[in-house]
Structure formats: structure tokens, C-alpha cells
Design a protein around this ligand. Structure first.
Ligand code: NAD
Length: 476
């Protein structure tokens, strides 16, 4: 039921031997699913070598031929949705319905990059001298390395793999050791789609050792990372020393401003559903709620009512709507957030504690009226806790919403077009949702500002992240 996790280098799988092993745990039960082999020094060297050699061929493969392989891989993902979704649920915990959705949108992402890769056009700029033709050519940056976390085992790798391959780059993926099967299945789809050996490689190991090794390698031209701000900062400084291009998708703590002119019932239900998706382990999760005082109590009541309808359990059970957290670190973190909130005026309206049993369960939790300097309001909870506080004045709400160093997603709900325009302008974030939480689609740019990172995935910008521009001035 759980695919065997393997390394994939130069078009062939590797595992076992004298490699160090790491147990993969099922967060719903705490039991061991499989053993993951860590790449050894030879594997890392081979991965670089394979990616370097494969780049020579893939970068000059026609955009159309690349498109055919990416499209085939997307179709294979869809054909295998059930198998891959089960693997995601087993290793990461999210309910099966969410895992199926993750696989489907990952196929969408690859499909979109397949198409967009055919449109990686350059341009011609008229010369000042009519005998000179000035051409801007878009060229793949070179072999790239991507690091992905455990919250979306297929979707985040799909973004990096889709963009890199469509642009003509080869890629080494270091996916999260805690959730390897999603990445393994993604690469299997590309292998079966006929991707030439070495264009895509997959390794696992001690994250800091692997990132240090690859960032120092002269053969690697680009680093893409999704994860915490702290690790992003570290990788950026290492990449800076080597003058390597980076894309950094880091943490957030998305504010939500709910104005007094909205109907609190549907708004609270939408926001609670968004909050508890993937047990809150989503970087664009709506995670700090500033609600106008005129509808505050009703909004909280409706939010609590929705939360009470959630069924917490093993994601493999079709009735489950909130699975376990992905690892025990997150459960410990939730306890710290709740304990701190309690000392800072927070009123617990739902949940607040871990659930019994061997899995990493934490009850869906709502804390209201907590102080702005509480840990919950200043640090990304990355879990199933929603802090809700009232506001009276919109200017003050905006100041509070913009007060953190993060700037990934932000949301606002209002029926006033004038206020919507103002909020869209004044919220400091890479993505702003007005009356919606849907700020991520394959064709739209996804990325943050300030401590949430830089660069985009998705949209034409996602492809451009793997392209260099070259000017050719041709005097005739
Ligand atoms: P963490 O910060 O150690 O790890 C986050 C991810 O980065 C993991 O996948 C890990 O394997 C990887 N990583 C860690 N050090 C690395 C290194 N030196 N080189 C390359 N990769 C490295 O901690 P964690 O406990 O896994 O997560 C804690 C916090 O990270 C969360 O609270 C959340 O804020 C953030 N996070 C963000 C995302 C996101 O989608 N932006 C995803 C997962 C975690």
C-alpha cells in the first residue's frame, strides 16, 4: 500500500546497501511505514554528474518535445491518483479527499508548465541602426536543485519540477525525508513518460549536509527552496556566497480582516474550512483573524459551530475531515502556542489540547481575544489553531495586520468595492485574496515579500525563474 521510498539518479533507482536508513512514520498511528535510504557521497556526486550531462541534451530538446513528455507525466499522475493519494495520506496525514485533490492540482500544474514552456519566447528590439538586429533569447539557467517540505509531498515538488523541466533545465530534487513517497511517485510518472535519464534526480539525506554540498557545487546554477524563514535565510546566505540564483518560498502568517458589512455566517464557515485544510499546515493558511466588533461575537459563534462539525481521525477513513499533524514536533508546538495564549488573555472557545492515542492529533482550536504580542499572533502556528480578535477601526486593523515581518498571503472580506480596493492596496503581501481564499492557481504567480521570501512559482514568472536572458546584437 505504501510505495517503497528510493533514490532516483541517472534514470535508475537506488536504495539499501551501506546507506544510512531513516524510518518513515505514519502520523495517524506513529507506526513505521518503511525505511528511507539516505544518499551517500557517491550518490550526491552521481546526481550532479547526471544532471550536468542530461542538461546538455534536455536544454536543446525542442520545447514541443519537452511538452509531450510533461503532458504524459501529468496524465500518468491523474491515472494513478488513488495510489498516490493513499501514499500521501499514509506519510503526511491529510484526509484522502485532500490528498486526491493535491494529486489532481499537481497534474494541473505540470500540464500548465508543459504548455507554457512552448511559449518561452524571447523578443526582438529594433536597433538604433537599421543594420543591427537586437534579439533577447530566453535560455535555461542550467542544472538546478530544489528543496521541498513535508506539507504538500507532491504539489510543491510538482511546481519546481514542472517549471524547471519546461524551461529546459535538469533538476535534482531533495524532497522532505518525512514524506518521500509523494516525490518518488511524481518522479515515477516522469520516468514512465519517457523523460531521458538524468534530467530529473531525487535524493534524501541530512538536509543541511545535502544543501551545503549542492550549493557549493559549481555545476549547480539555481536553488529553489520552500520551507521556513529560518532555513531560507541560511540557504540564501550560502547561495549568496556562490552568487547563485534563488527562489525562496518561506513562511507566512496570513492576516484576515473581516469588515462589519459581511454576512458572518458564510464568511466564518469559509474561513474555518480554509483554516483547517491540511490541519493548518499550509503556508497561505488564513491564520490571524481581525473581525469588526459589530459582527465579532456572531462570527466567533459561527466559526466555533463549523469547527465542531469536523471529524478528527485517520486520513484513510473517508469520514475524516481533519487528520493528524504531520509530525510530533507540530503537536508540541501547538501546546506551546496554546499555553502562551492563555497567559496573554486568550479565551479558549474550542479544542486546546492534543488528542489521545499514538498518532499526532491535536484538536481543532479557537482562541479569541488574545493579545497582539502573543506567540500565536506573531509566529506562524502551522497547525489547527485559529486566533480571532476584534477591531473597531480599519486603519488600526491594517496596522496590526501589517505589523509582522512576513508578507506571503493576506485576506479581506467586505461587500464594499471601495474598501476592497483600499485593502488590496494596503495589505503588505505577495498575494491578497478579497472575499476569497483562492490565491493559488497554476497560471497565477505565487510568492511572498520580505521574510516570506522572493521569487514566484506559478504564472509565467514561475517559468522565468528557470530562464536566463541573453541579448544578441547582430550587425548585418
Ligand atoms: P525546519 O525549518 O527544520 O524544516 C522545514 C523544511 O526545510 C523541511 O522539509 C526540512 O527538511 C527542510 N530543511 C531544513 N533544513 C534544511 C537545510 N539546511 N537545507 C535544505 N532543507 C532544509 O522545521 P520543520 O519542523 O520541518 O517545520 C517548521 C516550520 O517550517 C513550520 O512551522 C513552518 O513555519 C515552516 N514550514 C513552511 C513550509 C512552507 O510551505 N512554506 C513547509 C513546511 C514547514
Amino acid at each position: 500500500m505504501y510505495p517503497s521510498p528510493v533514490l532516483y539518479i541517472g534514470g535508475a533507482v537506488r536504495a539499501g546497501g551501506r546507506r544510512r536508513l531513516e524510518p518513515i512514520l505514519n502520523p495517524a498511528t506513529g507506526s513505521e511505514l518503511a525505511s528511507l535510504s539516505h544518499a551517500d557521497a557517491g550518490d550526491l556526486e552521481d546526481a550532479i554528474d547526471s544532471a550536468t550531462k542530461a542538461f546538455r541534451g534536455w536544454s536543446v530538446t525542442s520545447a514541443f518535445d519537452r511538452y509531450v513528455i510533461l503532458r504524459r507525466a501529468a496524465d500518468l499522475l491523474l491515472q494513478r491518483v488513488e495510489l498516490i493519494a493513499r501514499a500521501i495520506t499514509l506519510e503526511q496525514g491529510k484526509p484522502l479527499a485532500e490528498a486526491r485533490h493535491e494529486v489532481a492540482v499537481s497534474a494541473n500544474v505540470i500540464d500548465w508548465y508543459a504548455e507554457e514552456g512552448r511559449r518561452a519566447y524571447g523578443r526582438i528590439i529594433p536597433g538604433r541602426n537599421s543594420a543591427v538586429r537586437q534579439m533577447v533569447l530566453a535560455e535555461p539557467v542550467g542544472p538546478a536543485v530544489a528543496f521541498t517540505p513535508w506539507n504538500f509531498p507532491v504539489f510543491t515538488p510538482a511546481h519546481k519540477v514542472g517549471a524547471a523541466l519546461a524551461a529546459g533545465c535538469s533538476l535534482i530534487l531533495k524532497a522532505a525525508e518525512e514524506t518521500p513517497a509523494g516525490a518518488v511517485e511524481l518522479l515515477r510518472a516522469f520516468h514512465d513518460a519517457g523523460l531521458p535519464p538524468g534530467v530529473l534526480n531525487l535524493v534524501f539525506g541530512v538536509p543541511s549536509e545535502i544543501s551545503t554540498y549542492f550549493i557549493r557545487s559549481k555545476a549547480v546554477s539555481k536553488i529553489s527552496f520552500t520551507g521556513s524563514t529560518a532555513v531560507g535565510r541560511q540557504l540564501m546566505s550560502q547561495a549568496g556566497a556562490e552568487l547563485k540564483r534563488t527562489t525562496m518560498e518561506l513562511g507566512g502568517h496570513a492576516p484576515v480582516i473581516v469588515l462589519g458589512d459581511v454576512d458572518p455566517a458564510p464568511c466564518a464557515a469559509l474561513l474555518a474550512a480554509g483554516k483547517f485544510r491540511n490541519a493548518g499546515q499550509t503556508c497561505i493558511s488564513p491564520s490571524r483573524y481581525y473581525v469588526h466588533e459589530s459582527i465579532y461575537e456572531e462570527f466567533v459563534r459561527r466559526f466555533v459551530a463549523y469547527t465542531n462539525t469536523l471529524t478528527v481521525g485517520d486520513g484513510l477513513d473517508e469520514k475524516t475531515t481533519l487528520g493528524p499533524l504531520a509530525n510530533s514536533r507540530r503537536v508540541d508546538a501547538m501546546e506551546r502556542f496554546v499555553a502562551d495564549a492563555r497567559t496573554r488573555g486568550g479565551r479558549l472557545r474550542a479544542g486546546g489540547e492534543r488528542r489521545g492515542g499514538d498518532g499526532y492529533y491535536f484538536a481543532p482550536t479557537i482562541v479569541t481575544d488574545v493579545a497582539d504580542d502573543a506567540l500565536l499572533m506573531t509566529h506562524e502556528p502551522f497547525g489547527p489553531i485559529a486566533p480571532i480578535v476584534p477591531f473597531a477601526d480599519l486603519d488600526q486593523a491594517l496596522t496590526r495586520a501589517n505589523s509582522l515581518p512576513f508578507g506571503l498571503a493576506a485576506y479581506a472580506f467586505t461587500t464594499s468595492n471601495a474598501l476592497a480596493a483600499r485593502l488590496a492596496n494596503d495589505l503588505k503581501a505577495g498575494m491578497v485574496g478579497i472575499n476569497t481564499l483562492a490565491v493559488s492557481a497554476p497560471e497565477t504567480p505565487f510568492g511572498g515579500v520580505r521574510d516570506s521570501g522572493h521569487g514566484q512559482e506559478g504564472g509565467v514568472e514561475g517559468l522565468e525563474a528557470y530562464l536566463n536572458l541573453k541579448l544578441v546584437a547582430h550587425a548585418q
